[in-house]
Design a protein around this ligand. Structure first.
Ligand code: CP3
Length: 357
């Protein structure tokens, strides 16, 4: 018969990164593993770059530095996913929202958004024009990593981006964005729509330039009640997924929302392929609540990496057992914490890569 033989198909899929095969529900020998914030401040090699290049914007907007930093964990640990070194705020200047990341203070938005006129000034994002270094870095990463791992892109979710630009930076009580949501919802919806259109385009751009899966970070969505999540986050996430799937039906999309235990049943409604769980959810219970169609990622407490090597080993085994065979990407429940011993990260990867179902 015409077409490809099973053997040929297998040969093709064998050249695909493990992470992609696992997400698609193929028969894999172990869960793929990468760690959120695997590139960054816990690594001495990163600190050395920070000394030479103290500006975060420079480190994340210069092709050579982006590639070098993204590859630092790859060279030492060989994770199954290599995430682009960047930030969820990186697209903002291209949308006419200048920002900086200040040591000890975190992200700063110089002109926070509070009115309809402010929202009118926000431009839709054209990635090729504003962040060509992202496309160039992804293309180089694909060549360097050569399908031995999946190259991962990422974006911020509309509500999380809106919370930064309305609050002016990180926030504790989210009072400014809630004031906007609950007194001028139309203004917030207009802003969320601009982020939605822009981030859908940005995901497509990342995929066109080499990203093999893209994670959407909705870090602050869980500051919303479930009903408010349904109004201010879910429809926009769904719109992003629908838009991207129209042009890139096979691009796996991963959704991370920290503290999402109260929202789990709603997350698959976005249409994403993978939900990334934090450690406050039991992995076995999370799996059940999410349903069997969707893959899961996570969810070891980043604090576990401060434990002994045996302790780390046990927690990995526990998580993998609870996740069950297949459709699982082993990861932390949130990013690696500053100060985490590099040798413990090395141990995490060694144990994880030695696992067999
Ligand atoms: O995972 C990776 O290795 C890729 C790099 C990455 C960074 N930021 C680099 C970074 C990723 C995926 C992000 C995403 C991001 N940025 C999120 C979503 C993930 C999450 O943690 O929920 C959020 C909310 C941001 C916004 C942001 N950027 C914050 C809150 C901070 C920390 C501020 C601080 O000073 O602690 C940043 C800065 C930032 N982005 C750092 C890194 C490595 C630390 C600053 C530095 O290295 O100089």
């Amino acid at each position: 018969s015409a077409g490809v033989s099973v053997a040929e198909l297998k040969a093709v899929s064998a050249t695909e990164p493990l992470l992609l095969n696992a997400v698609r529900g193929e028969d894999v020998e172990r869960p793929p593993v990468w760690l959120m914030r695997q590139a960054g401040r816990y690594m001495k090699s990163y600190q050395a770059i920070c000394e030479k290049h103290p500006s975060f914007r420079e480190r994340s907007e210069n092709v050579d530095l982006v590639v070098e930093i993204s590859l630092q964990p790859w060279k030492v640990f060989q994770p199954d996913g290599v995430i682009l070194f960047s930030d969820i705020l990186t697209p903002l200047p291209g949308m006419n929202i200048p920002f900086d990341i200040v040591k000890g203070k975190g992200p700063i938005i110089f002109d926070p958004i509070s009115t309809a006129a402010d929202v009118d000034k926000v431009r839709e994002f054209t990635p090729e024009e504003w962040v060509p270094y992202v496309g160039e870095a992804l293309t180089i990463l694909r060549k360097e990593v050569n399908n031995e791992a999946a190259v991962l892109g990422f974006v911020g979710a509309p509500f999380t981006l809106a919370s930064y630009v309305v609050e002016g930076g990180s926030s504790k009580h989210f009072s400014k964005i809630k004031r906007l949501a609950f007194s001028q919802p139309k203004v917030l919806h207009a802003l969320l729509q601009k982020f939605t259109t822009s981030m859908a385009k940005y995901i497509q751009y990342q995929a066109d330039n080499g990203a093999q899966a893209v994670q959407i970070f909705d870090s602050w969505a869980t500051e919303l009640s479930p009903a408010d999540f349904e109004e201010f986050s879910l429809p926009y996430l769904k719109q992003i997924v629908d838009t991207v799937k129209r042009t890139h039906p096979n691009l796996p999309l991963i959704l991370y929302a920290s503290g999402s235990g109260g929202l789990l049943e709603r997350l698959p409604l976005t249409g994403v392929d993978v939900v990334s769980l934090d450690w406050t959810v039991d992995m076995a219970e999370g799996r059940k609540r999410l349903g069997s169609d969707i893959a899961v990622q996570g969810n070891v407490d980043p604090g576990v990496l401060f434990g002994s090597k045996d302790f780390i080993t046990n927690r990995i085994h526990d998580t993998v057992k609870k996740a069950g065979k297949g459709k699982h990407i082993l990861n932390l429940g949130h990013g690696i914490v500053v100060g985490t011993p590099e040798e413990n990260v090395a141990h995490f990867f060694e144990v994880a890569k030695g696992l067999r179902y």
